[in-house]
Unconditional design. Structure first.
Lengths: 112, 112
DNA sequence: ATGACAGGTAGGAAATTTCCTACGTATAGT
DNA sequence: ACTATACGTAGGAAATTTCCTACCTGTCAT
């Protein structure tokens, strides 16, 4: 199994594109698919789309395996764990904001 | 309270820069700060840094209020909720993957 | 073998982002 | 009033990203 750690930077950069986020969503909702079927959802040439897939491959967010002359792409969500971990320390801030406790927060020095 | 909804695209785009993510972290850990103190951590000119702050302002991730001739920046983490919501449906995928990895590691421990 | 299909790479144009220097605005101190 | 400080905007160069057309490789069908 691939345990290589891809940098946070590259993961966030990969997610910055709406096209790439949509690809991840499609793979999540409809399971592994060949390029052709994924590409149907996007108004761009296939070489351009191929580039997006390359970015996703390089961050480990998808893997590819050949089936005949197709290439099945599969979601590998593990790198998203990095994003989740980055997000976690902020969580209490926006939850408190939602419940109107910001002023209390400002008084407290966080010690966790 | 600001309920204006900033597009997911712009939030992800804002987070794509390591500089901007670090600013958010600094505001989280050290509380509201003037530009000067934030800028100390970055090797760039202040106008360039100002641009990054503008991006963060426009996504609602920070707010500014003037205090004398300084401008205090404050973290507004609420838009990060969008990111978390985007992330959530993927969660079980990488958790399954993680438990798979953990089981594998447990086996390796048993065998050594 | 030949052709069609699936999908990639190469090279480059156009758009966007990042960073710079120069300058503008507002406030504080003298 | 004058100067220094804090921070912004303007305009542009350089780097990066996105997207294109053209071409290459590997697999399937005939």
């Amino acid at each position: 199994m691939n345990t290589e750690r891809v940098s946070e930077d590259r993961i966030f950069a990969a997610l910055a594109s709406p096209v790439r986020r949509e690809v991840l969503r499609l793979l999540r909702e409809e399971g592994p698919q060949p390029v052709q079927r994924l590409a149907e959802h996007f108004a761009m040439t296939r070489p351009s789309f191929s580039e997006h897939l390359r970015v996703l491959r390089e961050t480990g967010l998808v893997t590819e395996n050949k089936v005949g002359r197709q290439r099945l792409y599969r979601l590998e969500a593990l790198p998203l764990n990095e994003v989740q971990q980055w997000l976690r320390p902020f969580e209490r801030f926006w939850r408190d904001r939602l419940t109107g406790l910001r002023d209390l927060l400002d008084q407290m020095d966080d010690e966790s």
